[in-house]
Design a protein. Sequence first.
Length: 201
Amino acid sequence: MARECISFVICTYNGANFICVQLESIIKLLLPGDEIILSDDNSTDRTLEIVQNIKDNRIKVFRNTRVLGYSANFIKAIKHSSNDIIFLSDQDDYHVFSCVQKSINELERGCDLYVGSLLIADKDLSPYGFIGFKGNTTIEGPNIILRSKLLISWFLGKCSVFGCAMVFRKSSINQLLDHEQRIKGFPHDLSILLYCLFLNK
């Protein structure tokens, strides 16, 4: 069975050193109907020049006329996406098929937000660290106790939730996107996490 179409949402700012390798890793995972939304926060280096030299019509580039900051830029970029399944990606991430497919499977199984773990690697992609969940944490249904425990664990530093490891349904945060002024200055990934844990119906 064919999977749903996906959107990778990338925000860049002076990311020329990493953006080519990152985009190449994503393009290998794309199917027709998928897209990359790249929102550049008024970079002053060669980021956009490098992106424009990659000939793939699934890459859709938007450039801010002034610096918005990473959170506002991500919210803007998400609003530009046309598919429901959204992968957030920082400008120096590298994506692999197994992780992307697992994330899609979880969303197609019925969840609205999936948070994976990260391997930390050097510039040659040699891993040297791990961030995220050790084991699996699954929350089914409106279990407020489990959701609260997850949030408390996050605040205590016992688990890590990063936007670049988030995959979610855009339709699950539409109201958040419609009221973006209310979260101005607040981290976009934490806003999405809190909304999906406690406010999304």
